[in-house]
Design a protein. Structure first.
Length: 246
């Protein structure tokens, strides 16, 4: 089982170079967030405020900021990042895509095949991604993320553009995978119902520069998380306007 990691995020300053003489927009200024090992934190906020930028900085893809991102318990955590689009390599088969982050060993191959089986996709192992629906591609991306047994799983709106039953299936798969291989999760979304269904904690982001304006523990049973009435009641109590979420 993977070790889990906590996170201490201090972003003193982050801005992007403006285009065509526009004023510099400070995306982050004095931002702080700490995450305990094993938490499932949904970062909930409207489009364009900097959620992807935050995941990019945590993952190390974006180093153009001042501040510090530290990991507790694990010096160098194994990190997986599931992007908004599945980002599968089109010239590799499904199995080869899952094997990408793994060593070339028979054990790794068995791990990848087991993951495919748990996603209900064993029959697609030799298929190229273009033949798959978006929902199937997202399942492969999820399998690839779990292949490394991540300590920290970063997910950027991974259920976007899916119909409701497909998104429900993927959500159940994610919860099932986490039950087998626990990890600390940071899950970006603007869908408050998705957040309530999965998170142990919801951090509401707003403003420019971006700030954590609400920090809400989600203490619902698995049964309540499946119950539309309980979800709406939770939204009404904790996530009422003024934020605009769907
Ligand atoms: N490489 C870049 N260069 C310049 N501006 C950028 C760059 N990447 C993002 N931005 C801008 O920074 C702001 C934050 O972008 P970001 O993608 O982090 O927001 P977001 O909250 O993830 O939005 P969404 O939910 O739509 O994905 C946006 O205004 C975006 O246009």
């Amino acid at each position: 089982m993977a070790a889990m990691t906590g996170l201490e995020i201090e972003i003193a300053h982050k801005s992007y170079l403006p285009l065509g003489g526009a004023p510099v927009r400070r995306i982050f200024e004095g931002f702080h967030l700490s995450v305990d090992p094993g938490e499932f934190v949904c970062l909930l906020g409207p489009s364009g405020i900097g959620k992807t930028t935050l995941l990019n900085m945590i993952s190390g893809l974006d180093t153009e900021y001042s501040g510090r991102i530290g990991f507790d318990d694990v010096a160098k955590p194994r990190m997986a990042y599931v992007f908004q689009t599945p980002r599968l390599l089109p010239w590799r088969t499904v199995l080869e895509n899952i094997l990408l982050p793994l060593p070339s060993t028979e054990a790794a191959r068995r791990t990848a095949l087991d993951l495919l089986a748990s996603m209900g996709m064993s029959d697609t192992q030799d298929v190229y991604p273009e033949r798959l629906s978006l929902g199937m591609q997202r399942r492969v991306a999820l399998a690839r993320a779990f292949a490394i047994e991540p300590d920290l799983l970063l997910m950027d709106e991974p259920f976007t553009s899916l119909d409701e039953p497909t998104a429900d299936r993927l959500r159940d798969l994610l919860i099932g995978m986490l039950a087998q291989r626990s990890a600390t999760v940071l899950f970006v979304t603007h869908d408050s119902r998705d957040a309530i269904r999965m998170a142990s904690r919801i951090v509401v982001l707003a403003g420019s520069p971006i700030q954590a304006v609400r920090d809400i523990p989600v203490e619902l049973s698995q049964g309540e998380r499946q119950d539309k009435g309980a979800i709406e009641a939770f939204r009404g109590r904790f996530l009422a306007q003024p934020q605009r979420f769907c």
